[in-house]
Design a protein around this ligand. Structure first.
Ligand code: SF4
Length: 63
């Protein structure tokens, strides 16, 4: 069972691109800024956990 959670990206982001490659249905990419873009305000628990696990800067948070 999954619960939707609010995603945020903190200012620690270094633009590595891992999140957008990992979850392209939830995370887009701003080519000009070289930064990720949230495509949704919510995502399943499993998606949030995966993003948190792979982001090297601990950028992903949820409520
Ligand atoms: S994985 Fe983390 S540091 Fe890398 S682009 Fe995404 S939010 Fe930024």
């Amino acid at each position: 069972m999954t619960d939707d959670r609010l995603l945020t990206i903190t200012a620690n982001c270094t633009g590595c691109g891992a999140c957008a490659e990992l979850q392209p249905d939830y995370i887009g990419w701003d080519e000009e800024e070289s930064r990720p873009l949230l495509l949704t305000d919510v995502a399943p628990d499993a998606v949030v956990y995966e993003l948190q696990a792979f982001c090297p800067e601990d950028c992903f948070d949820y409520e």
